[in-house]
Design a protein around this ligand. Sequence first.
Ligand SMILES: Nc1ncnc2c1ncn2[C@@H]1O[C@H](COP(=O)(O)OP(=O)(O)OP(=O)(O)O)[C@@H](O)[C@H]1O
Length: 252
Amino acid sequence: MAVTSGKGGVGKTFVSANLAAALAARGERVLVLDADLGLANLDVVLNLHPKLTLHDVFTERCTLEQAILPAPGGFHVLLAGSGMVEYSRLTPDVRDKLLHILETVKPRFDWVVLDTGAGISDVVLFAVSMANDVLVVATPEPTSLTDAYATIKVLATQQNRRHVGLVINQANRPGEGKLICGQLQQVLQRFVGPTPGQTFKLELLSEVKNDQMVRQAVLKRQLLLEHYPGSDAAQAIRALATKLLEQRAAQP
Ligand SMILES: Nc1ncnc2c1ncn2[C@@H]1O[C@H](COP(=O)(O)OP(=O)(O)OP(=O)(O)O)[C@@H](O)[C@H]1O
């Protein structure tokens, strides 16, 4: 599953890490792969100081096994480290290496979460293209929504995706997510249907409140789910995990 966004700083890493913890708490084997190769910061959020990262796997300084690390929250991570400038562009080499890594880790985990960079660069779109499911994170601000719209449009038209999950993060009032999702779906419909057999569904998977506890957790470099489990945002993330598990169980 890819967790992506149009605009940066909207909460992808927060959602990826805490969703992984929520799934792990339900007994799932989860790997979060930091797919923001140029400016990764999953390690910062989780307060990890990895000696080995994707960079070392790419340059064959270590094996893939060695770079998969346990994280707080009961899941595993494959960190990118920051400033992998030479890997922040999608060369055939980066492409092959990422594909190989994903194929190798897939059988070992129930969920591989790709925490991508923001926007529609070729690296981001490639990372998303490797995922079965995509979850777009957006905040209710107009700039974030405009960029989310552009991203979803690209996923629908270029990747031919018929279903995209939406998380409205930092919501200011209840029902805001539903309203936004409906409006986005309406505008998107113009580009991606309706033609026979070609429906497109943007599904609101979660509305996460603007919650001071999230900022507290990030400042302390702790997982929200572990340190503020009763917060509104933690409850929303657990509900998101439940929904994803139910959807998976319903798949043929
Ligand atoms: N629900 C929320 N309530 C309040 N603040 C939040 C919430 N979600 C995220 N934030 C704040 O937004 C900041 C950015 O979040 P995060 O780093 O997860 O975004 P990102 O999309 O991964 O960023 P980037 O695009 O730079 O990778 C966090 O440090 C946190 O302070």
